[in-house]
Design a protein around this ligand. Structure first.
Ligand code: PLP
Length: 240
């Protein structure tokens, strides 16, 4: 299967998921997660019509981004989707367009500072650890609707982050537990959507983006309200 065939197949699945819940496929942004993939493979995906790409390692992204941008016609939007160590915040703020993995106030402050220095406005999603797994990054969000201290901490972090200059918080991001049952995965996505709705309502924050869903679970994510899905393997094949 070529990358072009894969893009078509994923787009057909997105349309089918949208049809099940009466959503417009145009309301879903497909982010191709190109980690471990070559510039040539990324260009193939660009030629198949994709414009959003995600990387999870700073060095790898910083190396590939200028190369892809130089050979792609039209504007590519680059998403950082992996954990960013503080000391790498500067490179991220200079090279990426959207950081989906803003997982601490400290990181947000540094991204803001370096975006300001580079005279850029960086898009941001707050990564929320809804599943509560210790292996996952993100602001603590497990049981946020029942646990008042979790909710208070989240509300405080969000207020401070949205007030920072040169980063524009556009939404939330989460990852479902790997290999869990459909019911548990659906619950994680629904909890993120409810959190977004409550933040939007109580704080009057515009947080349109819900980034959730990967190769194994994006159809569930779309049914639960995802506006952005991050797909690697279904587009580029298995990673080695
Ligand atoms: C790798 C990765 C993805 C894509 O995963 P696939 O299972 O290959 O679709 C999505 N989001 C993040 C944060 C990732 O690291």
């Amino acid at each position: 299967m070529s990358i072009r065939d894969n893009v078509k197949r994923v787009q057909d699945c997105i349309a089918a998921s949208c049809a099940r819940v009466d959503r417009d496929p145009a309301s879903i942004t497909l982010v191709a997660v190109s980690k471990q993939k070559t510039v040539g493979q990324i260009i193939e995906a660009v030629d198949a019509g994709l414009r959003h790409f995600g990387e999870n390692r700073v060095e790898e992204g910083v190396e590939k981004i200028p190369q892809v941008n130089a050979s792609a016609r039209g504007k590519i939007t680059w998403h950082m989707v992996g954990h960013v160590q503080s000391r790498k915040a500067k490179q991220v703020a200079q090279r990426f367009d959207i950081v989906q993995s803003v997982d601490s106030l400290k990181l947000a402050r540094r991204l803001s500072r370096f975006a300001l220095e580079s005279d850029r406005v960086l898009g941001a999603h707050l990564e929320i650890n809804i599943s509560g797994e210790a292996s996952k990054y993100g602001l603590a969000g497990y049981n946020w609707y029942r646990d008042n201290s979790v909710k208070a901490n989240l509300w405080r972090a969000v207020s401070e982050i949205v007030a920072l200059p040169n980063i524009e918080v556009r939404g939330l991001m989460t990852m479902a537990p790997y290999g869990a049952e459909e019911k548990a995965i659906r619950r994680v996505f629904a909890d993120l959507r409810d959190l977004r709705d409550e933040l939007t309502g109580e704080k009057e924050l515009p947080l349109p983006e819900l980034s959730m869903g990967m190769t194994d679970d994006y159809q569930i994510a779309i049914e639960e309200g995802a506006t952005m899905i991050r797909i690697g393997r279904a587009l580029f094949g298995e990673r080695v």
